[in-house]
Design a protein around this ligand. Structure first.
Ligand SMILES: Nc1ncnc2c1ncn2[C@@H]1O[C@H](COP(=O)(O)OP(=O)(O)OP(=O)(O)O)[C@@H](O)[C@H]1O
Length: 256
């Protein structure tokens, strides 16, 4: 069996006395796309930020491409890209300078050729000299994604990747993500757009109240949760059924 790109074991994150995420354990293989879905406040963003090494875990471990995120953070982070829902750009760097900066950070040697290809792919080829202030919301999102793809990460973590994109850009972005998965990149994708998750993801992790309530293919989740009568249920129908009974995030003052 190929080694997993992402290994998560017993991930737990508390903020003060709020247990935002607990007992999260899963693995992702190369080329696999995992969808992370759950109601508002379920713990999705917290989970993604823990996987990216932005938030320290309260308990558990995360391994990326065989590197432990706590004991070998540089190696682990070198293997991943995190694309938050709000693009974060440098106000005084142009589009091209962003790519140059990222290339230098990650030591990408043939970056100019890759950067040009990515700008073409993201339809930003005529914006090389533009500053972020001159870009639309969707263009900023595309630049952030181009920066994330530049070092060919083994794992791409995306929070609501389609926010702000127009219908054509959405179609192209889905194709870009699918292509990277076919090339062996593992993806974790969090979204409230359930048809997107249904379309792109091989497996789906449903989280509610900080806990995993379902993990598997859509067919697994259907079979497990809805019985024969729900055989044709969409992810949206299953989601509503699963999460309407799920708990709120727990306070540590409550009993476990
Ligand atoms: N910085 C913080 N300090 C304290 N509590 C936090 C913090 N960030 C998140 N929380 C709490 O942790 C829980 C999980 O929040 P999180 O943002 O991970 O949820 P989410 O699934 O991403 O929600 P949404 O779909 O609304 O974006 C919530 O109860 C939230 O109030």
């Amino acid at each position: 069996m190929t080694a997993p790109v992402l290994e998560v074991q017993g991930l737990e994150k508390t903020y003060g006395d709020v247990r935002a995420v607990q007992g999260l354990t899963f693995q992702i293989a190369p080329g696999e796309v995992l969808g992370l879905v759950g109601p508002n406040g379920a713990g999705k963003t917290t989970t993604l930020r823990c996987l990216a090494g932005i938030l320290p875990l309260s308990a558990g471990r995360v391994g990326v491409a065989g590197h432990d995120l706590a004991s070998a953070p540089v190696e682990a982070k070198r293997a991943l890209a995190f694309l938050p829902d709000e693009p974060r750009l440098f106000e005084y760097l142009t589009v091209w300078e962003h790519l140059n900066f990222v290339a230098r950070l990650y030591g990408v040697e043939d970056w100019e050729e890759r950067a040009r290809a990515l700008l073409d792919e993201m339809e930003l080829a005529n914006k090389e000299k533009a500053l972020p202030g001159e870009l639309s919301r969707g263009m900023k999102q595309k630049l952030s994604i181009a920066c994330g793809f530049l070092h060919s990460p083994r794992l791409i973590i995306l929070d609501e990747p389609l926010t702000g994109l127009d219908p054509l850009a959405i179609r192209r972005m889905k194709a870009s993500l699918r292509r990277r998965a076919e090339e062996g990149t593992a993806l974790v994708l969090s979204s409230h757009l359930l048809p997107l998750v249904e379309e792109l993801c091989h497996r789906i992790l449903v989280i509610a109240g900080g806990r995993v309530v379902a993990l598997g293919t859509l067919a697994d989740i259907r079979a497990h949760l809805s019985g024969p009568e729900g055989a044709g249920a969409s992810l949206e129908e299953l989601f509503i059924r699963i999460t309407s009974a799920a708990p709120e995030p727990r306070s540590e003052r409550e009993s476990p």
